[in-house]
Design a binder for this molecule. Structure first.
Ligand code: ZN
Length: 506
């Protein structure tokens, strides 16, 4: 400890911030590894990161940290301040998570998942689930042990304890309550679209544009929608992500496909949404929970809103079409506004989640939720996953899964020991729609403004209502506060039906 302060709040803040100075150094090493590190650096880099992670964990689970939290909790005057109380509530939550798992279990999990990730990659290449199954069985055993250490409500289930790591307060019952009414309505919409007389043109999604031109376009759009290049960067990587150290140094990446401008454009807008959230966190609170994002689901709501509600709107394409010709050239002027808008909104069931459109995407998530809930709950054996997966894809998306590679082996998440993670993607879509409706109600003409390249109104609204609060409110509280209602499937369905039915002429 470098501090001599006797004020318990200040002492806790110093301990939290010094830990964050260390842990965010690891973020920078991550970014470097994904963007510029030569392959030869891998082994030393792994040791650097493991050491930093160990020191961070030691600090986060130390008796000193526990004492500092208790000291603030005992200080009635300090706790009367709502922001301090929220900070301490979250610091306590993180401390409990860091101390509840025995070191042997943490170690076993780290070892098993790093092996399992490797085995998963091999099994996926060979499209052979049986090869991965023993590793997944081991991981499930460890995850169930983990859930028991964290604990869950009497009327809850083990899956809840795992989901809580990603989405505080999230339970299987809550997720099922939102997903169940959503499923048949999505299926109905997708069936109607597939039979519709008018199908949007997909031609623009197969139009060659050089990577340099696409990069120029990505930078232009990211800047216009509010990403601050003085406090962030955009680079290239194999898997797009948003990282960096704190609100004034946000690093995002995207990837380019010469045959499809919408890949890079969608991915850049998605990562920009994450990045604008990070840049909107209050600098004075960085390193404490009040300078952190609420949850994965709320984070995802920010990326999906810019990608979908903004980037797939007709008004956005009205603005972008002439800019596209100016920046990209390459004969794109031959596409009409209808062609461009249509190409951004083609709906077609497919096998792969990460390639899915806005409407079918959520059905992919529901398959994974149902399976992991059953596996963690004990009603489904690991060996039974492929057959349940394939049955659900037939039921929900009408597809016959040809092999495990395009089936239950497609995602990396389970191999990393991440169960309870997938629903945060759909929760993100639901939050995004509900927040966006609230923003539109408060700012009539918001969407019209997109057609003139005006995006600052939405960004400022998000800064004020969501970003600046850090972790002060739980996801459920935030939704209630910002929209006046609990989370529901209605805004997402209104968004999808209101856009796609007219586009498909039904
Ligand atoms: Zn995302």
């Amino acid at each position: 400890m470098s501090t001599t302060t006797t004020n318990p709040v200040e002492a806790l803040v110093v301990h939290l911030q010094e830990t964050a100075l260390l842990s965010t150094s690891n973020n920078l090493l991550d970014w470097d590894q994904e963007t510029t590190m030569p392959p030869g650096g891998l082994e030393w880099r792994a040791r650097q990161q493991a050491l930093i992670a160990r020191i961070v964990h030691e600090r986060a689970s130390s008796i000193e940290r526990g004492d500092l939290i208790s000291a603030v909790e005992a200080d009635r005057e300090a706790m009367a301040d709502a922001e301090t109380a929220a900070m301490v509530r979250e610091a306590r939550r993180d401390y409990e998570k860091a101390t509840k798992l025995p070191a042997t279990l943490v170690e076993e999990m780290a070892k098993t998942s790093s092996m399992a990730k490797h085995e998963w990659a091999e099994a996926r290449a060979a499209s052979d689930f049986k090869r991965f199954a023993p590793w997944l069985e081991k991981l499930v055993g460890l995850l169930r042990a983990q859930a028991d250490c964290f604990g869950f409500a009497k009327d809850g289930e083990r899956w809840d304890a795992l989901a809580d790591l990603y989405e505080p307060g999230c339970t299987a019952k809550y997720v099922a309550g939102v997903f169940d009414p959503l499923r048949p309505r999505l299926q109905g919409l997708i069936a109607d679209l597939s039979k519709a007389p008018k199908q949007p043109s997909n031609a623009f999604n197969d139009h060659f544009v050089s990577i340099d031109a696409q990069e120029a376009l990505s930078r232009f759009v990211a800047d216009k929608i509010g990403f601050d290049f003085n406090r962030g960067r955009l680079d290239r990587s194999t898997h797009p992500f948003c990282g960096g150290t704190h609100c004034n140094d946000v690093r995002m990446t995207t990837r380019y496909n010469e045959r499809c401008v919408n890949d890079a454009l969608g991915s850049t807008m998605h990562e920009s949404g994450h990045a604008i959230y990070e840049q909107g966190l209050p600098f004075a609170r960085i390193g404490t929970p009040l300078g952190e994002s609420v949850s994965l689901g709320i984070h995802e709501s920010q990326s999906r809103m810019w990608e979908n509600q903004v980037g797939r709107s007709r008004a956005f394409w009205q603005w972008l079409a002439p800019e596209l010709t100016r920046i990209v050239g390459s004969g794109v002027e031959r596409y009409s506004l209808d062609d461009l808008y249509g190409a951004a909104n083609v709906v077609e069931p497919g096998f792969i989640r990460v390639e899915a459109d806005e409407a079918t995407y959520n059905l992919h998530v529901m398959v994974r939720f149902e399976i992991e809930r059953a596996v963690i709950g004990g009603s489904l054996e690991v060996a039974g996953i492929p057959s349940v997966w394939n049955r659900l894809y037939k039921e929900l998306l009408g597809l016959d899964v040809p092999d495990d590679r395009r089936g239950c082996l497609q995602d990396i998440h389970w191999s990393m020991g991440a169960m309870g993670y997938f629903p945060t993607y759909t929760l993100g879509n639901l939050y995004a729609s509900q927040f966006f409706e609230a923003a539109c109600a408060e700012m009539p003409g918001l969407v019209d403004g997109f057609s003139r390249g005006e995006f600052a109104g939405l960004k400022t609204w998000l800064n004020r209502n969501i970003h600046m609060h850090g972790k002060r409110y739980s996801p459920a509280e935030l939704v209630q506060r910002v929209t006046g209602k609990p989370l529901s499937a209605e805004p997402l369905m209104r968004h999808l039906e209101g856009k796609l039915r007219p586009l498909y002429g039904i």
